[in-house]
Write a protein that binds this ligand. Sequence first.
Ligand code: UDP
Ligand code: MG
Length: 333
Amino acid sequence: MRESASEVTSPAATGEGEMPEVSAVIPVYNERESLPELHGQLVEVLTRLGRSWEIVYVDDGSTDGSFEQLRELHAASPSGRVVVIRLRANFGQTAALAAGFDRARGTVIVALDADLQNDPADIPRLLAKLEEGYDVVSGWRKRRQDKFLTCRLPSWIANWLIGQVTGVRLHDYGCSLKAYRAEILREVRLYGELHRFIPALAKWVGARIGEIEVSHRPRKFGRSKYGLSRTSRVLLDLLTVKFLLSFSTKPMQMFGRWGLWLGSSGFVLAAYLTYLKFFHGEQLAERPLLLLAVLLMILGLQMVSLGLLGELVIRTYHESQGRPIYRVRETLE
Ligand code: UDP
Ligand code: MG
């Protein structure tokens, strides 16, 4: 377990060098107008927690003066309270979150959006749920304030599909308001747009995942950074996650299975055609079946080779980075 740094600090103060208990991480991309209000609400809620805290803003290459706004908030706050990370360009929400997670020092990390759609007032309930023994607690925007056709319908389908495929059934994968135990986030490496799949990826390292209802507010300032194209990207990411969850430590099991199946059906077809040729003197040149047999055998061979290559790659991956294929929750000695 981690040591708690709280005993010596009064709840409201985190001096320099001390570890806060709670870190709020907020990706910011062109959200200037929302920031002062968000910051005010956050500070109020966090102060009432009675635990030490910090806020980590990650400016994801904003062009609307968000950074200048964050600089002001930082200057106006006691030291150690507000951290502002400015990315060199717009790397996307996942990268911005990852930057914040890497920098956050709290034992508990809460992520939320900068656009005021998430309500900081929900944070205490998220933390309480975490304390019940969960490693990740996800918000569920039950009464979501977005457009039905472009937002809520696709997301409803996506949530159902992701639940089926990953086995982590959440009502609302897309909700950014989530609380994590920091040690879980250290294990989860984010790429592409995988931030939506953190609960599924966390399950991969053995996390216990919970969900609570949170409120959701309409966007007051600025615009959403995403459109309908998000749906197809989520589907592709889902494929990646499924592969990671089920086969990343045994690629040969997946590719090999298909390879054997395709290759052996090709072989059986070819044997049948050979029999026809030698015992019945049939001409094979005109038979599409021959083409299929050859295709299947080649495909099978390729799949098996891909599986073998995959096995090599995962060994390099796990061994070069010292990543075990298991995760220990606790040991009694
Ligand atoms: N965001 C970001 N980089 C991006 C796009 C979005 O940091 O490239 C941030 C954005 O500022 C907001 C959060 O990610 O805090 C969610 O974005 P948005 O509200 O546009 O998504 P939606 O609520 O429409 O799903
Ligand atoms: Mg939003």
